[in-house]
Design a protein around this ligand. Structure first.
Ligand code: PLP
Length: 375
């Protein structure tokens, strides 16, 4: 069966150019970057080159880029690593990815105070509440750049300003923003940022934590001297090389790719909103170009995704992490949606490779499905 893949917020395929760059490091140049002989030093050079390319693209120093196993690790590291006896309060939002929410809940059990900020109906963090929540003992503010379910882009520059004025470090989970929004941290006031490879056409199992040199946090992984003694573990070299290629490609092509994706998104969205009982969740204007998140009323619960799957259409109800569970989305709940609207959400996340032909096919099958599953 030919698949139509519209779940790019969940993961992406490795691009041909990324795979090509990785191959030598899986076969011929397999030596450990910590080994002193020539083959090892070739690996070391590839590792440091990858770091330099990413840092340059992001407008930061190479020594501020740390490779991790995924964005979940990057998020765990910053949250766990920043709290101390005195600085024991973290501010985040109610719509963060579970990699932030669950880590905060874990820390809460250990006595760390967590403030989960509200969002408005469009999905934007309450800036006044943020300003009022900052205290003497606040260690960090962590607000995602763009949401993985509803694609809403948060007012990052305003959040940054508030944190800078109050001298509080600001971390942002930029997993979904990368490749959709051009990111440059030069002259910005962001202390830490998390990224994931597999959302930008690099392999799964590799991520980044950007850590400003001004920020000192505890190590998360203990062991060898890798990553300037801050993150132990033999480096996942081939994936890091692939991530570096995917990262720079994503940044360089962001305008062209976003424009094409946005046009197709708007085409689909106009058609979807004509269907009775369909409504958009989150702001239409300030959202990622490839994201559609709709609620469909008056249809049988949890049946639409398998219906679409029978035609080879890959679309999720919400985040991949909560897929399959009957629990309602914490993001949609935070928007204050009605019970009916919480029952059947659908997240369509397209990219520049999707076509109008695919879009028409998906819309036709969706219309059929909604009719068939009417309750
Ligand atoms: N943060 C956001 C916003 C995400 O969308 C995801 C993945 O879904 C993650 C973090 C976790 O990324 P990873 O799969 O690399 O751990």
């Amino acid at each position: 069966m030919k698949y139509i893949y519209m779940d790019n917020a969940s993961t992406t395929s490795i691009s041909d150019v990324v795979l090509e760059e990785m191959m030598p490091y899986l076969k011929e140049n397999y030596a450990n970057p910590s080994s002193l002989y020539t083959l090892g030093q070739k690996s070391r050079a590839a590792l440091e080159n990858s770091r330099i390319k990413i840092a340059k693209s992001l407008g930061v120093k190479a020594k501020e880029i740390y490779f991790t196993s995924c964005a979940t690790e990057s998020n765990n590291w910053i949250l766990n690593g920043i709290v101390t006896k005195e600085k024991n309060h973290i501010i985040t939002s109610k719509i963060e990815h579970p990699a932030i929410i669950e880590t905060c809940k874990f820390l809460e059990k250990k006595g760390i105070e967590i403030t989960f900020l509200n969002v408005d109906r469009n999905g934007f963090v309450d800036l006044e509440e943020l300003n009022n929540s900052i205290k003497e003992n606040t260690a960090l503010v962590s607000i995602m750049y763009a949401n993985n379910e509803i694609g809403v882009v948060e007012p990052i520059e305003e959040i940054e300003k508030i944190c800078h004025n109050k001298k509080i470090p600001f971390h942002t989970d930029a997993v979904q923003a990368l490749g959709n929004i051009k990111l440059n941290l030069k002259d910005r006031n962001i202390s830490a940022m998390s990224f994931s490879g597999h959302k930008i056409r690099a392999p799964k199992g590799v991520g980044i934590l950007y850590l400003s040199e001004n920020l000192n946090i505890e190590n998360f992984m203990h062991g060898g001297a890798q990553e300037r003694r801050k993150r132990a573990g033999t480096e996942n070299l081939a994936s890091i090389v692939g991530l570096s290629k995917a990262f720079t490609d994503a940044q360089e092509n962001v305008e062209k790719n976003s424009k094409n994706t946005l046009e197709l998104r708007e085409y689909m969205l106009d058609k979807l909103l004509e269907i009775e009982g369909v409504s958009l969740n989150g702001s239409r204007e300030k959202r990622l170009p490839g994201n559609i998140n709709i609620s469909i009323e008056n249809i049988k619960e949890q049946m639409l995704v398998p219906f679409l799957d029978s035609f080879g259409i890959c679309i999720s109800q919400g985040s991949a992490c909560s897929a399959g569970s009957l629990e309602k989305s914490h993001v949609l709940k935070a928007l204050g949606l009605s019970e009916e609207k919480l029952k059947n959400p659908l997240r369509i996340s397209i990219n520049y490779e999707n076509t109008y032909e695919e879009a028409d096919f998906v819309i036709e099958k969706l219309k059929n499905g909604i009719k068939k599953l009417n309750r």
